[in-house]
Ligand binder design. Structure first.
Ligand SMILES: Nc1ncnc2c1ncn2[C@@H]1O[C@H](COP(=O)(O)OP(=O)(O)OP(=O)(O)O)[C@@H](O)[C@H]1O
Ligand SMILES: [Mg+2]
Length: 472
């Protein structure tokens, strides 16, 4: 489910794995830790423990150092591989601290020498858990900050994108509901985030929910929360996403998939500015700004009685339509530069560039998956390219052959009106030039790409005055 909320989730019960070849020790530890409400699993055979750790990636491992079959160091390595944040505490039974020190060097958080006292044990484990939790939070915080600073800018300087950016700039500071339309991958969610970021609610939460990805039966309580005992399994009160978005922005993605009953409830939120939790009687005031997105034609959904007209009119106050990428090819180079830099950082290949022929090929493709498809493509090419340059050969072949004629001023336009034969020649010439370019000048490849025999290809080139670009 695509659902994000910028709040903190309550800490879950820590899962601890204990490894000690002495069964008695395992039993004692299990009792002590269970009494502290840890979720504890014990193993007296280290190899079994390692298999379990690999499968379940626990939060903390407490392991004996010297055991038959495998050592504490083996357990430590398995734990770190399974979960880089896993806390590891080792126990040494020999009164010596060498083993412990070695383990600390290898990344254990702490060590205990047997015999330990219970409060010493509990304190050591709590500290190790806290340290690993801190590392995890720091990492996810810096990840979030990085994403926020680099991910929420809608790039593009084409005329249709300028209109979009201008509309966002104007509507963001108002509290008006906004409906964002556009094909898949055109940047609807990014636009919704941009509206939030530029609004007076920027310090509040941006809560996103994808209406299509949650089963209808769960969606109501996801959105509106529930009271304890509202239904079987509702063992405590839960706040819904609408309530969590209080003071911020609620983003309903794929609103066209929202069931009719919930459409009525969302309409009520917009009109009355209040909600009721499932199973509750109290009305709770909420102050949210609604941004919705759809790639479905809502007018048609209204005709099919699948979408409420009154909700549509409420939402449709301001509509932003994100143009498909093929209608704004001028934006492709700047997007490529942006994704190259991003993928370069991610894949540790920061210097990757793209040669003009490859850029040209990418600019001619029609991108049914829009910006997301371009983003994935660049990432793939950064991974696959040898050295620091993406060449034409690195552009997937199916994409090169699926190139569409570019209707921008950079290409010769066919003058109108013209004789059929001249127009055909002009088209053929243009076409063959592209095929040869896509084949990197290799005529066998050009013949294969175009489905024209090599001999026929040479004849055509001769007639149209095209010279091979490289000796064959
Ligand atoms: N104008 C843009 N500038 C920079 N990045 C963009 C732009 N548009 C889209 N992207 C990137 O493309 C990807 C897809 O964008 P997003 O998820 O916003 O699209 P979407 O319209 O919500 O897609 P879907 O309909 O599939 O949910 C994201 O990684 C986003 O960062
Ligand atoms: Mg989306």
């Amino acid at each position: 489910m695509t659902q994000s909320q910028d709040g903190k989730s309550p800490p879950a019960v820590a899962r601890i794995v204990v490894v000690d070849d002495e069964e008695e020790m395992c039993r004692i530890l299990a009792r002590i830790l269970a009494a502290e409400h840890y979720d504890v699993t014990t193993f007296s055979r280290p190899l079994e423990a390692i298999a379990h750790i690999r499968r379940t990636a626990p939060d903390l491992v407490l392991t004996d150092m010297r055991m038959p079959d495998a050592t504490g160091m083996d357990v430590l390595r398995a734990a770190r591989e399974a979960n880089p944040f896993c806390g590891v505490v080792v126990m040494t039974a020999y009164g010596t601290i060498e083993g412990g020190v070695e383990a600390m060097r290898a990344g254990a958080h702490d060590y205990l020498t047997k015999p330990w006292k219970i409060d010493e044990l509990l304190l050591t484990l709590a500290k190790a858990l806290e340290a690993s939790q801190l590392r995890r939070e720091n990492l996810s915080l810096s990840e979030t900050l990085r994403r926020q600073s680099e991910g929420s800018d809608l790039l593009g300087d084409s005329a249709p994108m300028r209109t979009v950016l201008e509309t966002i700039r104007k509507v963001a500071p108002t509290d008006a509901a906004v409906l964002i339309c556009g094909e898949s991958g055109t940047g609807k969610e990014l636009a919704a985030r941009a509206i939030h970021k530029q609004s007076l609610r920027a310090a509040g939460r941006f809560v996103a929910i994808n209406c299509a990805s949650i089963p209808e039966t769960l969606l109501e309580s996801e959105l509106f929360g529930h009271e304890k005992g509202a239904f079987t399994g509702a063992d405590k009160q839960k706040l819904g996403l609408v309530e969590l978005a209080h003071g911020g922005t609620l983003f309903l993605d794929e609103i066209g998939e929202l069931p009719l009953t919930l459409q009525a409830k969302i309409l009520r939120v917009l009109q009355e500015r209040e909600i009721q939790r499932v199973g509750g009687t109290q009305t709770i005031p909420v102050d949210i700004r609604l941004v919705a997105a759809t790639n479905r034609d809502l007018q048609k959904a209204i005709e099919a009685r699948e979408f409420r007209a009154d909700l549509f009119f409420r939402l449709n106050v301001i509509t932003i339509t994100l143009p498909p990428l093929r209608d704004r090819r001028e934006d492709i180079p700047v997007l490529i530069a942006h994704f190259l830099a991003r993928a370069g950082r991610k894949m540790h290949k920061p210097a990757v560039r793209i040669e003009p022929a490859a850029l040209d090929a990418l600019q001619c493709y029609s991108y049914p998956g829009n910006v997301r498809e371009l983003e994935n493509l660049i990432e793939r090419m950064v991974v696959m390219c040898d050295g620091d340059v993406i060449r034409l050969e690195d552009v997937p072949l199916d994409l090169r052959t699926a190139r569409q004629p570019v209707a921008t001023s950079t290409r010769t336009q066919i003058p109108q009106p013209t004789e059929y034969k001249d127009a055909k020649d002009q088209f053929e010439r243009e076409y063959l030039l592209r095929v040869i370019e896509a084949a990197g000048g290799n005529m066998t490849e050009a013949a294969r790409l175009s489905g024209i025999s090599r001999r026929h290809l040479y004849e055509k080139m001769e007639r149209l005055g095209i010279k091979p670009t490289r000796p064959q």
